[in-house]
Write a protein of this length. Structure first.
Length: 416
């Protein structure tokens, strides 16, 4: 690692290329991240608008379906065959004899209605005391059924009726039971009750147009045991040990409408819209997995990265060629300076750089002039040194010769 850093520090070309590469990668990362955030925000806004529109449509369709079933109950309670037979039916129940022709005709009429109206699971007529007077199940006749908390009782003139959804002890599925009076004038003769099959509700909720592969719409209601599915409830749903919870479910159950990015009841990250349905006391949620929701943003970032890396690679080659063009004169000047230091400089070594009109050219010309001046001064000094050495040698020879002569004279004087 340290060796690599040393190589980079000692090579200008590598420094230029590595600096450009790092700058390109940082810029590419910032651009890709910014594009991802913008695309993600745009996708969120688009999904929220679509989910809200979907939730609004589903809420309207549910209200219409519930209203239609109430109207069905009212029509049945006011049908001529019911009004004409109700007194005879109630008397027959008390006497325990339901074999009259009119009562069998009423039973056949209800049987026909059940065949035509598939949303209705059963029809019963109850006395004011809660005794079953007529039912498709003969065993229920004469049995007290009453209008308990599970029954949604309403008068024909009531406008806002909130259905009470409960789980049937027989089927284990969510069920609604509407009841309305069978009246003659202002007198209530009996009560007509219909138990509804919520498969139609499931079909409404299952419509996933525009929700993609992981999009889902579902209804949740708060029961005594916790929050449970109303639409598409699993058959193995444990009613005693189940409590659906998530940010969307909990907020909607509290009567709040909203939207957000959160984890659903299965701990899967989703983009969701949740509404509280006042007319039915249920929470409606529209969700899609974040993986699918933000896939276009991820694809965009991937495309930007791929194209950016390709463009950076092409630019890197161009930068390398440009860097070599820029660094070559610098290398020439460096080699010339090293040659100057080793006393091997030649003026022609920088001729290729001297011809450049830019700053490097001016530097080369100044360097060349300076080098020529230094070389000329060194030559002059060498000549001066050599001349001084020759003169010094002549003086020393004359000095030694004079000493010899003086020594010879002294020797001669001392000889007897």
């Amino acid at each position: 690692m340290f060796r690599l850093i040393k190589v980079v520090r000692e090579n200008l070309l590598i420094q230029l290329i590595s600096s450009f590469s790092l700058l390109s990668l940082v810029t590419l990362g910032v651009v890709a991240y910014s594009a991802y955030l913008q695309a993600r925000n745009a996708l969120e806004d688009s999904l929220y608008r679509h989910h809200k529109a979907t939730a609004t449509v589903r809420e309207y369709e549910l209200d219409q379906w519930f209203d239609q079933q109430r109207q069905e109950a009212i029509v049945l309670a006011r049908s001529p065959i019911v009004l004409n037979t109700i007194d005879e039916l109630l008397l027959a129940v008390n006497e325990g004899d339901l074999t009259a022709e009119s009562i069998r005709a009423l039973q056949n009429y209800f049987k026909f209605v059940l065949e035509v109206k598939t949303d209705i699971q059963s029809i019963e007529i109850l006395s004011n005391g809660g005794i079953v007077a007529l039912s498709q199940n003969p065993q229920d006749v004469g049995v007290y059924m009453g209008l308990g908390n599970t029954t949604t009782y309403f008068d024909p003139g009531t406008k806002n009726v909130v259905p009470n959804i409960y789980f049937s002890s027989i089927t284990g599925k969510p069920t609604i039971r509407f009841a309305t009076p069978i009246s003659e004038g202002n007198e209530r003769k009996a009560v007509l009750a219909i138990t509804l099959n919520l498969e139609a509700v499931n079909q409404l909720i299952r419509q996933r147009t525009g929700l993609g592969e992981t999009g889902k719409i579902y209804l949740v209601k708060e029961f005594a045991t916790g929050n449970l599915f109303v639409s598409d409830a699993p058959t193995d749903q444990n009613l005693d040990n189940l409590d659906l919870t998530s940010t969307g479910i909990d907020s909607a159950i509290q009567g709040q409408d909203g939207q957000g990015v959160y984890r659903n009841h299965e701990n899967v990250p989703v983009v969701g819209v949740y509404n509280w349905l006042e007319n039915s006391n249920m929470a409606l949620l529209v969700e899609v997995h974040q993986r699918e929701a933000f896939e276009p943003a991820v694809y965009l970032v991937r495309s930007i990265l791929i194209l950016g890396i390709i463009a950076a690679g092409v630019l890197l080659v161009l930068v390398y060629l440009l860097a070599r063009h820029i660094v070559r004169p610098v290398l020439t000047m460096t080699e010339a300076a090293e040659a100057m230091e080793n006393d091997q400089f030649k003026s022609s070594m920088v001729n290729s750089v001297v011809k450049r009109p830019d700053e490097l050219g001016r530097l080369a010309r100044v360097f060349q002039q300076m080098a020529d001046q230094i070389q000329a001064r060194e030559a002059y000094l060498k000549a001066q040194v050599e001349a001084g050495s020759q003169q010094a040698s002549g003086l020393e020879l004359a000095y030694y010769q004079a000493l010899l002569k003086k020594a010879a004279w002294i020797s001669k004087q001392l000889t007897p």
